[in-house]
Write a protein that binds this ligand. Structure first.
Ligand code: SF4
Length: 380
């Protein structure tokens, strides 16, 4: 009997708790080349790696300071691709790493590697940052303190602007070669009042003309709500507009540029977007661990839920090279204190991850929120 065979899965408190702890504390890898390459830098959560545990793929920090000191360590994968996950020396679970996607070996006629245009997130999501520059990021004074959108560009791992034709070509390849099931398009914010909605429309049209792939677009609230209809007509199924933090003082400190867009603008945009995309098909990221209290996050979530917006509460991952690289990640206890009640509330409101057509809430790899959701009650 091998060490893997002898794992007593029932001895793990529950896979959900373990996932929450792994996302808070991170993971040390004996073999850093295991599975698909980890994400470093870029827009949104980063410096983590996709790990599959009990059939669920979650993103676990592997390049952060916390991960360096984590009690969790993954052995090098065996011949069957499985790794023993240990807490200290004690084996507690068997995990796998999604393999490197086949489409990564492709490149465009001009020689741009497909992996510089879009990457695999989670288990089956294609993700891209259409515009890898941002008016906020260009000024040290205005940049969101946790953002690393310029890092992957500076390191030559991506390109500044992905054209609609490039995105369509890569999306088609990722569906055909790797079976990706939906796609996330985010963007840095350009200096135009549409906040990037126009380039997201062009991109969606080209992708949907090439392949049948549910799409999420993510941007700041555009100046004109008419953009929501344009996005939907271009083929976008779901929309993300990300608050990240909700307390006004924190917003000013951590998102100095973005906080110039008042919260009120977000609330109005959420309502207008839900009218177009439908309840549960508009979402927002809330980063837990940056200073908002559990009560503050839950109160904001209640308001979002009442509008029909899915509050995707995600543990903050401090990304190397950003001003917040030494800011601690939230504890697993803090995450549970938010996710347990929130899972119940989104379920009761009928806004569960499983019902989202595309995007981060559906992927659910950056948070264990979906693991706290309950199936819809069947009426008697
Ligand atoms: S939740 Fe969003 S950012 Fe996280 S891995 Fe999935 S698609 Fe990527």
């Amino acid at each position: 009997m091998t060490e893997l065979d002898s794992l007593d899965v029932s001895a793990i408190s529950t896979s959900r708790s373990l996932m929450t702890e792994l996302q808070s504390q991170g993971l040390r890898l004996v073999d850093s080349s295991a599975g698909a390459p980890s994400r470093r830098g870029g827009a949104g959560p980063s410096d983590h790696k996709a790990v599959t545990l009990d059939g669920v793929t979650v993103m676990i920090p592997v390049h952060t300071g916390a991960a360096f000191h984590s009690p969790f360590v993954a052995d090098a994968p065996g011949a069957d691709g499985r790794s023993v996950l240990r807490r200290g020396m004690i084996p507690i679970a068997s995990i796998t790493f999604p393999r490197q996607p086949r489409f990564y070996s492709g490149s465009t006629a001009e020689g741009v590697p497909y992996s510089h245009i879009a990457t695999l997130h989670g288990a089956d999501v294609l993700a891209t940052t259409v515009l890898q520059t941002c008016i906020r990021y260009e000024s040290r004074r205005k940049a969101c303190r946790f953002c690393a959108i310029g890092q992957s560009l500076a390191a030559g791992r991506t390109i500044r602007r992905k054209t609609p034709a490039q995105l369509a070509e890569v999306a088609k390849a990722a569906v055909e070669l790797d079976g990706v099931r939906h796609m996330v398009m985010t963007t840095g914010t350009p200096p135009t009042s549409d906040r990037g909605a126009s380039i997201l429309c062009e991109s969606a049209e080209a992708i949907r003309a090439a392949v049948d792939l549910p799409l999420q677009a993510q941007c700041e609230p555009p100046d004109d709500d008419a953009w929501f209809l344009r996005l939907r007509d271009a083929g976008v199924d779901t929309l993300g507009m990300h608050l990240e933090v909700v307390d006004d003082d924190l917003r000013r400190r951590l998102l100095p540029g973005k906080s110039e867009v008042p919260m009120e603008r977000y609330w109005l945009s959420f309502e207008a977007a839900v009218a177009v995309f439908g309840r549960g098909q508009v979402s927002t990221y809330l980063l837990a661990g940056l200073g908002d209290t559990a009560e503050g996050l839950l109160a904001a979530s209640d308001r979002l839920i009442s509008i029909g917006v899915y509050p995707f509460v995600v543990p903050f991952v401090p990304i190397s090279g950003t001003p917040l690289e030494d800011h601690p990640a939230p504890s697993a206890e803090f995450m549970r204190s938010v996710l347990e009640p929130l899972g119940e509330r989104v379920s009761l409101a009928g806004l569960r991850a499983a019902d989202i057509k595309a995007g981060c809430g559906k992927c659910a790899a950056c948070s264990t929120l979906s693991r706290y959701e309950t199936p819809m009650a069947i009426p008697a």
